[in-house]
Ligand binder design. Structure first.
Ligand code: AKG
Ligand code: FE2
Length: 346
């Protein structure tokens, strides 16, 4: 694969070390040339994309950044996003709200959000088994924002974060469109993003001495076109690279981890891939909180391989269906979305 042989060039930036605990990483250090404007990374590392560079007023700088984004999407399918403009205070407000929501003494209160119907807009669950160890709260974030009314301040903090992250993801959609050589609203139009369907999973993983096994979330890919992920501490998220290596995701402080979802894979007829990932908890000395937001097309958007990605050598590899149909193809519902890419693949 290209990533094994050719290092990808990414924008040069300074990464703040995350003071939080982290799993020992198999990643080797980036090769940084301080005199150059680019950084090269190997296939077993996670590239960094500088959001500001994608919109730089300097034509050359912007062109190079967009080209790099295209390489990163194709050769990796995931990256750390820095300079996105969301302040640390917004992240902290979200983590504080989630931590208060998961107050162990108020577990009875949360049971009002246990599964009732496929049209639930807020859902809570607790999994404690060898195959899955986490407590989660899922909410629909867009087109309408939903959130439990308690604890105080939680809803406001979440809404602020979702609004900001949605703008960033829309910007990334523009950059990806341009990186592919299309008009900047290509992705936005294909997925009808004005009414894009965003679902956010807020996860609390127990420390290892309280878990029933080593798995927080088993292997999966996510529906949607981008998944944005933030966390309070590093530890446990692993992703399978194009070259088949399992990479520990150690997110730099204040960065957002972006993972391409199933529907970008479908739209690009497999050019950009959605990658299998999982969470392991057996090394976690302390609990961890993550917020994984699945940014999806509109529920009624028909998504299939776009004509631009289909030719004699690349026949359609996926069936076209609406986002809603694809969410339901594997028995999932709108809030408990499960990947159905195996059902959709031809
Ligand atoms: O918590 C994490 O790090 C990942 C969670 C995840 O993959 C998901 O909720 O889809
Ligand atoms: Fe996921």
């Amino acid at each position: 694969m290209a990533a094994e042989t050719a290092p990808v060039l990414i924008n040069h930036m300074t990464i703040q070390p995350n003071p939080a605990i982290s799993l020992p990483s198999i990643n080797s250090p980036s090769i940084i040339n301080p005199n150059d404007s680019v950084v090269a990374v190997g296939a077993d590392e996670i590239p960094t994309i500088d959001y500001l560079m994608l919109f730089s007023n300097d034509f050359d700088e912007r062109s190079k950044a967009l080209e790099n984004l295209g390489h990163v999407c194709k050769d990796f399918g995931f990256f750390y996003l820095v300079n996105h403009g969301i302040s640390n205070g917004v992240f902290e407000g979200v983590f504080k709200g989630i931590s208060n929501f998961f107050n162990p003494e108020e577990i009875e209160d949360r049971k009002q959000y246990e599964k009732k119907s496929p049209t639930d807009r807020i859902r809570w669950g607790l999994r404690s088994s060898p195959g899955e160890n986490r407590e989660y709260l899922k909410v629909i974030a867009h087109p309408q924002f939903h959130c439990p009314s308690k604890p105080a301040g939680f809803s406001d903090a979440l809404e602020e974060y979702f609004k900001a992250s949605r703008e960033i993801v829309k910007g990334l959609g523009k950059a990806v469109s341009k990186g592919l050589g299309f008009e900047e609203c290509y992705v936005e139009k294909a997925f009808k993003l004005e009414s894009g369907f965003d679902m956010s999973a807020m996860n609390l993983y127990p420390p290892n001495f309280r878990s029933k096994g080593s798995i927080g979330v088993p292997d999966h890919t996510d529906p949607g076109f981008f998944v944005s992920l933030i966390q309070d501490v590093n530890g446990g998220l692993q992703i399978l690279s194009n070259s088949g290596q399992c990479i520990n995701v150690n997110i730099p402080h204040n960065a957002i981890f972006i993972n391409l979802g199933d529907h970008l894979e479908i739209l690009t007829n497999g050019k950009y891939k959605s990658h299998v990932h999982r969470v392991v908890v057996d090394n976690n000395k302390i609990q961890r909180i993550s917020v994984a937001t699945l940014h999806g097309p509109s529920l009624d958007a028909l998504v299939g391989p776009a004509p631009e990605f289909v030719d004699e050598c690349h026949p359609p590899a996926y069936r076209a269906m609406t986002y809603k149909q694809s969410i339901e193809a594997n028995g999932g519902d709108e809030i408990d979305v499960q990947s159905s890419i195996d059902q959709i693949r031809l």
